[in-house]
Design a protein. Structure first.
Length: 159
């Protein structure tokens, strides 16, 4: 039997996204919430891999997890977006550590990438500390600060 909560850390519980998550997606993504929710619902149905709806103590606090990478992006994408009124750094660090373990162990991923810039929850420093390296600018017009960060199973991990 498949678990309704496939991802869990000390404080966070991740569950598969559902149509009931519309309000959370609107809080996290603003006007793009409906589009992002539909994207994640489709990815979950088609591939069995999509960012989870994240909760702390039963309260929805964000969206985070993996997306399959296509095209020039080798590996799977790791992403995290939290609602503004939760402690970003503490939860982001906890999420990142356990997500890498989940990706490597459960998904058997040996290559992971993430996007980082001045607006992302997972900062370049946090990703670097988790063993990611800066792979250069991301091809996003008008966003020269956006970087692609890469992790491989051969990456050095810091304690």
């Amino acid at each position: 039997m498949k678990s309704p909560n496939p991802f869990q850390t000390r404080h966070l519980v991740g569950r598969v996204p559902s149509e009931a998550d519309t309000a959370l997606y609107d809080r996290v993504y603003g006007g793009l919430g409906a589009r992002e929710l539909q994207r994640n619902l489709q990815d979950a149905a088609r591939h069995g891999v999509a960012p989870w709806t994240l909760q702390v103590g039963g309260r929805d606090v964000g969206v985070g997890g993996f997306r399959l990478g296509f095209g020039a992006d080798e590996g799977i994408e790791l992403m995290l977006a939290l609602v503004p009124d939760v402690p970003q750094v503490g939860l982001a660090g906890e999420f990142l550590t356990d997500a890498i373990l989940f990706g490597e162990g459960t998904l058997r991923a040996d290559r992971v990438f993430a996007f980082a810039d001045s607006e992302t929850t997972l900062s370049m420093r946090m990703l670097h500390d988790a063993g990611f390296h800066d792979a250069g600018p991301a091809p996003v017009p008008g966003r020269p600060d956006r970087r692609i960060m890469r992790w491989t199973s051969a990456s050095l991990r810091r304690a």
